[in-house]
Design a protein around this ligand. Structure first.
Ligand code: MIG
Length: 791
């Protein structure tokens, strides 16, 4: 009935709004080190400082909060003892960076930074609960508040006036503005107000709702059960908030380089012969490729940890042959284990009591690809170890990457998932699926990542996951599930990926070309242009829809698609450098413009262009038959990457972009390194070319990061940091190159320097004057180039 007009029948009854009870007045409080415990008329509150700029507030209506955390949390509280002052009508709780004012009658908590900048304010409403166990927290919404984050959500960049549910859901269709629960649940957001930011992380794994829409001057977050348990992150820049959030929930490891290359997938490449032919086509056509994904048809009757021997007679040889060509194999692994008494994995699961069960001991069975299936109870550490070690089946074949699908978990039934009454063992602390549903995928990710890591003897595993919760960045890259080959879905992927990045998930991307529905040459070309700059870059398409390999739509499109896949490889040294930074700071590679220009209102809901790092703007064309688009360039001077034409920022420009052109702008005053075009990411660059984009009166610098790209040696310092400093004087340019760290020796044979829009002959390299004969001056492009041997 949902999809006919009956849905809006005047006789339909609306659910009565639930009656919330406020927790009431403060009766009592006491301080214990980092904590302040407060007893109210109808509830208990604990306030705990994690850092001077991060405070956790927990409310339980019935008892002192247990202060347990979900798997999202990796941070232990630092030594922060707040100063508590008891005034007549209020308490103040103050650290070096945060100030809480807690009204007593009734309890209302408001947070300010040390400059008295209001962060979150409670007025007439605060924390409350209802008889069904639902908890809610109300906050004042300022007219100037803009909201970002919330993980993987449809819609535009700014989430003000939206209402979102967090409940990991397999949504084959539709993905549109009213689809508000998708595969990932990241109950976290950032508020930007007057150019300054703060964050809230609501660490509650029950189904939760964030409502920035129903009231003009109030927002709320609520959950079906559990405690109100949230962290205030003081900011004050958007970047600070990301650093704070990822200090709580973890940084991403540096991905193996090959994971940053181009990936080709299809549901499914069904036979060994087909996979070999695919790889050969890439090689013949000279299109770089780093990974081929094997979707569910590789398995024997969809049994995970098996290969179908008819279709894949010799998987080991296949994986090895591909690897010799620089191509990795990434098989899909779903959580559902086929109910089959003759299947070893199922036997182990039953005998070892490893599957999800009801409280009375019955195993939960659900229908998925293999038919009736049981689901590992990943909330038990022993189950995670078991599952992780099972991946030896894949690593023995030479596989280093795994693709986790259906881990919401998805089940083919009315509710689309496991019965919420299933009782997870959770290492003895029993909790229903209703409570742990949103973390099932995260636990599976933990199991898979650690299993693979322990099996790969020092090599970095790659994991791609569909479902997740806050903290998923520690284990996996995320693709945004079953989009369609719609231009609208290309457009939607930009804000979706930017908001994932703002939610700690820097390594994300959509299915390039669109998963379901038939793509077209033009759509695939435009989507590949965008994909070349998404952190994760995979072309994937579904059974029975138009094929989507780069050559599927004829030569004209193939050459454009190839050009942009190649461009990805040229840009890898820069992307890799940015990923390394993300692994330290949490600041995403792909970012909205407001992250760099938080004072510029034009950027607040800019959903159709994004930045790579702090110096590059990418503005894909998102409509068919369109050779132009409007690009917003913030204040400053910008170079067109293709033509070197300079644009004055602080305004909108109409930019021509035929099908062959992805608009890219480089900020004046920056340096962008390029590597070689190579067949796959692990082929060492012979040459690094530094593009230098001068800005009058500015000195430039860049630090290029590199390491072996495949081991964890970087954690022991096996890396290189190459500092480039560039100083412009009246008639000369001084370029200094220094190794900051050099325990890793890259294969580079030479370094090239291309100075754009410059006709000065006086160039000093590490102090010595370059002869004119060593310089190449190009009249057409107006650049000066020179090369230096590298040793
Ligand atoms: O219910 O494995 O999102 O990427 O190709 C469909 C088959 C199951 C959903 C994934 C998609 C994958 C497909 N899977």
């Amino acid at each position: 009935m949902e999809d006919t007009s009956f849905a809006i029948h005047p006789g339909n009854k609306k659910e009565m709004p639930s009656q919330y009870q406020d927790i009431g007045n403060i009766n009592n409080f006491k301080q214990e080190e980092n904590d302040v415990h407060i007893i109210c008329e109808r509830g208990y509150v604990t306030i705990r400082f994690y850092r001077h700029d991060i405070v956790r507030i927990v409310m339980n209506p019935f008892a002192t909060p247990s202060m347990q955390s979900s798997l999202a949390l990796v941070k232990q509280p630092e030594d922060v003892i707040p100063v508590v002052q008891d005034m007549q009508n209020a308490l103040t709780v103050v650290s070096d960076e945060l100030k809480l004012t807690i009204d007593k009658y009734p309890l209302r908590i408001s947070a300010y930074d040390v400059n008295d900048r209001p962060l979150v304010i409670e007025n007439d409403k605060g924390m409350a609960f209802n008889e069904k166990g639902k908890v809610i927290c109300f906050k004042e919404m300022n007219p100037d508040d803009h909201f970002y984050g919330f993980g993987e959500k449809a819609g535009f960049l700014d989430k003000r006036d939206e209402k979102y549910t967090m409940w990991n859901t397999d949504v084959y269709a539709p993905h549109n503005p009213e689809t508000n629960a998708l595969y990932q649940s990241i109950p976290y957001f950032m508020t930007l107000r007057d150019g300054q930011a703060h964050g809230i992380f609501f660490d509650n794994t029950f189904k939760s709702v964030f409502d920035m829409k129903s009231k003009a001057d109030e927002y709320s977050f609520s959950a079906e059960g559990g405690d109100i348990d949230y962290y205030i992150l003081a900011g004050r820049t958007p970047k600070d908030v990301l650093e704070q959030y990822t200090d709580l929930t973890g940084k991403m490891p540096i991905p193996p380089k090959w994971a940053l290359g181009y990936h080709q997938s299809r549901y499914s490449y069904k036979t060994e012969a087909e996979v070999r032919e695919l790889a050969d086509s890439f090689i013949e056509k000279g299109i770089p490729l780093d990974a081929i994904h094997l979707d569910i048809h590789y398995m024997d009757g969809y049994r995970v940890f098996t290969f179908d021997n008819d279709r894949f007679p010799d998987p080991k040889k296949l994986v090895q042959d591909l690897k010799e060509k620089g191509i990795r194999t990434v098989p899909i692994v779903d959580p559902g284990v086929k109910e089959d008494p003759e299947y070893g994995l199922y036997q182990e699961g039953i005998l070892g009591d490893l599957f999800c069960k009801y409280l009375d001991g019955r195993i939960f069975f659900g229908d998925v690809w293999p038919g009736n299936s049981a689901f590992p109870d990943f909330t038990n550490q022993a189950v995670r170890r078991w599952w992780g070690q099972k991946h030896q089946f894949y690593t023995d074949l030479g596989i280093e990457g795994i693709w986790n699908d259906m881990n919401e978990p998805a089940v083919f039934n009315e509710t689309k998932t496991m019965d919420v009454k299933v009782m997870h063992n959770n290492d003895g602390d029993l909790k229903t699926h209703r409570e742990l549903h949103n973390v099932y995928g995260l636990y599976m990710g933990e199991a898979t990542y650690h299993g693979m890591k322990s099996l790969l003897s020092g090599h970095r595993p790659f994991l791609l996951t569909r479902a997740g919760y806050a903290g998923v960045q520690r284990y996996a890259a995320v693709w945004t599930g079953d989009n369609r080959s719609f231009w609208e879905h290309l457009s939607m992927a930009l804000p979706m990926c930017m908001n994932l990045g703002l939610s700690g998930v820097a390594f994300a991307g959509p299915d390039v070309g669109g998963f379901a529905h038939d793509s077209s040459g033009e759509l695939l070309a435009r989507w590949t242009q965008f994909g070349a700059f998404t952190p994760y870059f995979r072309n994937h398409s579904a059974l029975d829809f138009a094929r989507q390999e780069p050559w599927s739509f004829g030569d004209k499109y193939e050459s454009i698609i190839k050009k942009y896949i190649e461009l990805r490889y040229k840009w890898l040294p820069h992307l890799y450098t940015l990923f390394q930074k993300t692994s330290e700071t949490g600041i995403p590679v792909m970012r909205p413009l407001f992250m760099e220009y938080p004072q510029d209102e034009n950027t607040y809901n800019l959903s159709d262009q994004f930045m790579i790092g702090s110096t590059v703007i990418i503005a894909p064309v998102l409509k068919p038959d369109t050779n132009h688009r409007v690009v917003y360039l913030p204040k400053g001077q910008w170079y067109d990457y293709w033509t070197d034409r300079q644009y004055e920022g602080g305004q909108h420009w109409l930019i021509e972009a035929n099908l062959d052109t992805l608009p890219i702008f480089i900020k004046a005053g920056s340096i962008v390194p390029h590597g070689d075009i190579k067949s796959s990411a692990n082929v060492a660059d012979q040459q690094i070319k530094f593009h230098i984009y001068p800005s009058t009166g500015e000195d430039l610098s860049y630090t290029l990061y590199d390491d072996d790209g495949e081991t964890f040696g970087y954690q022991d310092g096996l890396s290189i940091g190459l500092d480039i400093d560039c100083c412009f004087e009246e008639n000369s340019v001084k370029i200094d190159v220094n190794k900051r760290i050099d325990r890793f020796q890259p294969a580079w044979k030479e370094l090239l320097f291309e100075i754009h829009q410059l006709t000065i002959a006086n160039i000093f390299y590490n102090g010595s004057h370059m002869n004119e004969s060593e310089l190449t001056f190009d009249n057409k492009t107006n650049t000066t180039t020179f090369r230096i041997a590298h040793r």
